[in-house]
Design a protein around this ligand. Structure first.
Ligand SMILES: C[S@@+](CC[C@H](N)C(=O)[O-])C[C@H]1O[C@@H](n2cnc3c(N)ncnc32)[C@H](O)[C@@H]1O
Length: 206
């Protein structure tokens, strides 16, 4: 792993994930989490400020990248809810079947190399009746923006830790074994359109 990925990128991502429009999205989805929660790609812990602590039993904070893990551990240390860090990839989830009430994934499905395997693993960890809460950026519906996403993506992926711009989030969720109950999709304000088409919603395991 290069010095950029280990020491610089985590801070760049932390800043990029903390814009006001993104924080507003977190404020809409994260408070819906309840019980034992698995957060995929915990990153620097930006969702922590948005959980409704009274509803949370425990958070499993999954984060595989060493540079990000350092920020994750720091955020977890100051949290008001019990947190266990899982230093592993979502594709290799180690939690037993039917062990969590809720899965939260924000701005991470773009980066996980094998999104379908990760979603299938999360689906297996969910208790019957459990929910997946998601807020992700991905493929835009407008032809000009979609073309720009395809053009920019190869360079973007290298600079942004493997982040894809063109992922079809609803299709990924379905292919990973989820049925979407609620979906809002729109361009985040004050955000470049190629990176800002956002899918926020709730799904359950099929
Ligand atoms: C753009 S950041 C988002 C972080 C956080 N979810 C947020 O909303 O601020 C993407 C995160 O996915 C993590 N990640 C990368 N590969 C992953 C994998 N295979 N499984 C789970 N998370 C992964 C990265 O280390 C990074 O923390």
């Amino acid at each position: 792993m290069g010095l950029y990925s280990r020491y610089v990128l985590p801070h760049v991502i932390n800043c990029a994930c903390g814009t006001r429009p993104i924080e507003k999205e977190r404020a809409k989805i994260t408070p819906l989490a309840a019980g034992v929660v698995l957060e995929l790609g915990f990153g620097s812990g930006r969702n922590l400020a948005h959980y409704d602590a009274a509803k949370i039993t425990k958070i499993y904070a999954l984060e595989p990248e060493p540079g990000m893990l350092a920020l994750a551990r720091k955020a977890a240390a100051g949290a008001s809810v019990p947190i266990e860090i899982l230093p592993e990839r979502a594709e290799d989830l180690s939690l037993p079947p039917a062990s969590v009430d809720c899965v939260l994934i924000t701005y991470t499905l773009c980066t996980i190399p094998d999104g379908i395997t990760a979603l299938e693993a999360a689906r297996g960890a969910l208790k019957p009746g459990g929910r997946l809460l998601f807020c992700e950026h991905g493929a835009a519906p407008d032809a000009d923006v979609a073309a720009a996403q395809r053009r920019i993506e190869p360079l973007w992926k290298r600079l942004a830790g493997g982040c894809h711009l063109t992922r079809d989030v609803p299709a990924l969720l379905r292919d990973g074994g989820f049925e979407i109950d609620d979906l809002t999709a729109w361009y985040l304000p004050k955000t470049p359109r190629f990176a800002g088409y956002t899918y926020r919603g709730v799904a359950h395991a099929r």
